[in-house]
Design a protein around this ligand. Structure first.
Ligand SMILES: [Zn+2]
Length: 349
């Protein structure tokens, strides 16, 4: 299934194609803006314009040539889309880890071909060292079909510091600073301040704004088939200019946020509430609702950290939720993990 068309962002589209047409497009770009406004879709649109065989004199992609069609079906061999992945629990040497990342990325792309409307990445997903090594391997390849290669790194704030792998980290920085002549990097982020400063200083930043309600409405009607006027109006209002929020409605993230709210209320409510909440969880649903709830908690704590809450307390709380999330992925009963976590978070700082 081809990905849905790009909605809105005409102003940026205009600037970007203008830059392509005049040969002045920076080779390392950062698209930054609120979550769900379509930054990665915009990046794919730009990638398409960069590889199209029949680009118009305005710099816009034709939309029909083989290159365009491959990009739109997420199958172009020269458009390398990196998305955050859950850390692998399988062992193995560096080569093996790169293989595992390549496999996981392939599976993720296959899933997106089936269902191009995807959810935000899970709390722990990141661009780890193996992903960086995979990128570096692909960077030295000659383009297979197009004149150039495009590397798209979504949620780039999840590029983790590569401790113990400085050579790879430095190679990535060097590539961003002076990309090979046939290469363009497009990074996206909703949290530019969380990006590694060494990366931030090497990219040209482009602001991507919220969409007008009319654009979100149009997406909801044409891509999601929403017709009921009342539901449509409600969902569009909730989305607040972010198409991704439209999708999040009713999905795991929304459930996780709700469950996180209930959990925090139980934490505040004293021991009886805490244990009541913990015992109310399904004993072994660790990979479903429980991790969604922990992700909801992480998201909330990160927001607090960003808005400059009591930093030490928040950092400590994040560490404990991460620990709980690790346990939940093993064979530990979520009821137990939740009870311990609730006690930890209830402790006065
Ligand atoms: Zn084309």
């Amino acid at each position: 299934m081809p990905i849905p068309p790009l909605y809105g962002h005409e102003g940026i589209q205009h600037r970007l194609v203008g830059a392509i047409a005049s040969g002045r497009l920076p080779q390392a770009l950062l698209l930054e803006g609120p979550p769900g406004v379509g930054k990665q879709r915009l990046a794919l649109w730009l990638a398409q314009a960069l590889v199209c065989d029949a680009a118009r004199s305005t710099g816009e992609a034709c939309g029909t040539c083989q290159q365009c069609r491959l990009v739109l079906s997420l199958s172009h061999p020269d458009v390398h889309w990196f998305v955050p992945l859950e850390p692998s629990k399988k062992g193995g040497d560096a080569d093996k880890q790169v293989e595992l990342v390549e496999e996981a990325l392939g599976e993720e792309m296959a899933a997106r071909r089936q269902q191009p409307l995807y959810e935000p990445p899970a709390g722990l997903a990141n661009h780890g060292i193996a992903a960086v090594r995979l990128l570096l391997r692909r960077l030295v390849l000659t383009p297979a079909l197009a004149r150039r290669k495009v590397f798209l790194i979504g949620d780039a704030e999840r590029l983790v510091p590569q401790t113990g792998a400085e050579a790879a980290a430095n190679a990535l920085l060097k590539a961003l600073e002076e990309p090979p002549a046939d290469t363009v990097f497009i990074l996206t982020t909703a949290a530019p301040d969380s990006l590694l400063p060494t990366i931030l200083s090497r990219v040209v930043r482009v602001r991507v704004a919220r969409l007008a309600d009319s654009v979100v409405t149009s997406f909801a009607q044409h891509e999601l088939g929403l017709t009921g006027q009342r539901e449509l109006a409600q969902r569009v209002a909730l989305a607040d200019g972010r198409i991704g929020r439209l999708l999040a409605d009713g999905n795991g993230q929304a459930r996780g946020t709700d469950a996180a709210e209930r959990f925090l209320a139980a934490v505040q409510g004293g021991p009886a509430h805490r244990y009541g909440f913990a015992l109310g969880l399904q004993p072994f649903q660790a990979r479903g609702g429980f991790t969604e709830m922990l992700d909801g908690l992480l998201e909330r704590l990160r927001e607090q950290a960003r808005s400059g809450g009591e930093t030490d307390t928040v950092v400590e709380a994040i560490a404990r939720v991460l620990e709980a999330r690790g346990l939940a992925q093993g064979n530990v009963n979520p009821q137990l993990v939740a009870a311990v976590l609730a006690d930890d978070l209830a402790e006065p700082a």
